[in-house]
Design a protein around this ligand. Structure first.
Ligand SMILES: C[S@@+](CC[C@H](N)C(=O)[O-])C[C@H]1O[C@@H](n2cnc3c(N)ncnc32)[C@H](O)[C@@H]1O
Length: 262
């Protein structure tokens, strides 16, 4: 386990205008463009790579997210899936909800959204809209949605605290925020195995399947730079969420965070 573990979100020598791109410290203003190139490069292979990299586990993690969203079968329900990419979470919430469930996928990357639109068309799915937008400045009025989800997206956003404040702003009073994100593996043995897999197998898979090892190296590194779950829960509280909690899944590979706008 030679790779760096979790470090402070901002090291002492960094000033307020820097951020991380994987393990690199980069100007805050540059980060979003670098993230956008990653998802531009992998958009067409993104869903296949998710299955390959996680051995299908991302489906179980997303199922846990949808269970927590618990969309009503009978009433109107509006979901915002933030950084929703190719629509995976939105499709699952629509399938779980009733006829009056609506989902909006917002993502900054038009290539990911285009794949999502094609997938929705192939399934003849109504009730889902794809909107280009930045999590740091959401293009929706206050209190627009009953629930906001974000799966594996928040760590890519340069100013997470701004995105959390925006998320709370667009949630209705009584609305639920659920965030699925990679977390901190703390099961002895599993941590070493997970590191080996992450830093060796995933970039190799990225090279052979998506033609881009670097993009997948970024994804792995960005997971390691994301705050541990207790600290992310603190960020959610600071953004004003109530009844904040989290639940580790699969030995802490992933955590499901929950908070409410009360
Ligand atoms: C790892 S993908 C997750 C996609 C989807 N949620 C899923 O679970 O399959 C991360 C997504 O975050 C999006 N993203 C990155 N920065 C963003 C931002 N500032 N605002 C909105 N979306 C952003 C990327 O374009 C990408 O589609």
């Amino acid at each position: 386990m030679n790779e760096p573990r979790e470090e402070p979100a901002r090291a002492p020598h960094e000033n307020a205008e820097t951020s991380h791109f994987g393990f690199r410290t980069v100007p805050l203003a540059d980060k979003q463009g670098m993230v956008d190139s990653v998802f531009h490069s992998v958009a067409n292979r993104y869903d296949l790579m998710n299955d390959l990299m996680s051995g299908g586990l991302h489906r179980a993690w997303k199922a846990a997210l949808v269970t927590a969203v618990n969309p009503p079968r009978a009433n109107r329900f509006s979901l915002l899936d933030l950084a929703g990419g190719t629509g995976d979470v939105a499709f699952r919430v629509l399938a779980a909800g009733g006829a009056a469930t609506r989902a909006t996928v917002v993502d900054i990357n038009p290539d990911m959204l285009e794949v999502g639109r094609e997938r929705a068309a192939a399934r003849s799915l109504a009730g889902v809209a794809f909107v280009e937008g930045n999590a740091e400045a959401l293009p929706f009025p206050d209190r627009s949605f009953d629930a906001v989800t974000v799966a594996f997206g928040i760590r890519n956003v340069p100013r997470i605290e701004v995105a959390l404040a925006e998320t709370r702003r667009v949630l209705a009073i009584g609305g639920h925020f659920l965030c699925l994100e990679f977390s901190t593996v703390d099961v002895p043995g599993l941590d070493a195995l997970y590191d080996f897999y992450s830093f060796n197998i995933i970039p190799a898979l990225g090279r052979f399947v998506a033609g881009d090892a670097e993009a997948y190296r970024y994804l792995v590194e960005s997971i390691r730079r994301f705050p541990p779950p207790e600290r992310f829960a603190g960020m959610m509280r600071e953004a004003g969420f109530a009844r904040v909690s989290f639940r580790p899944l699969t030995g802490g590979i992933v955590a499901l965070h929950s908070g409410w706008r009360l």
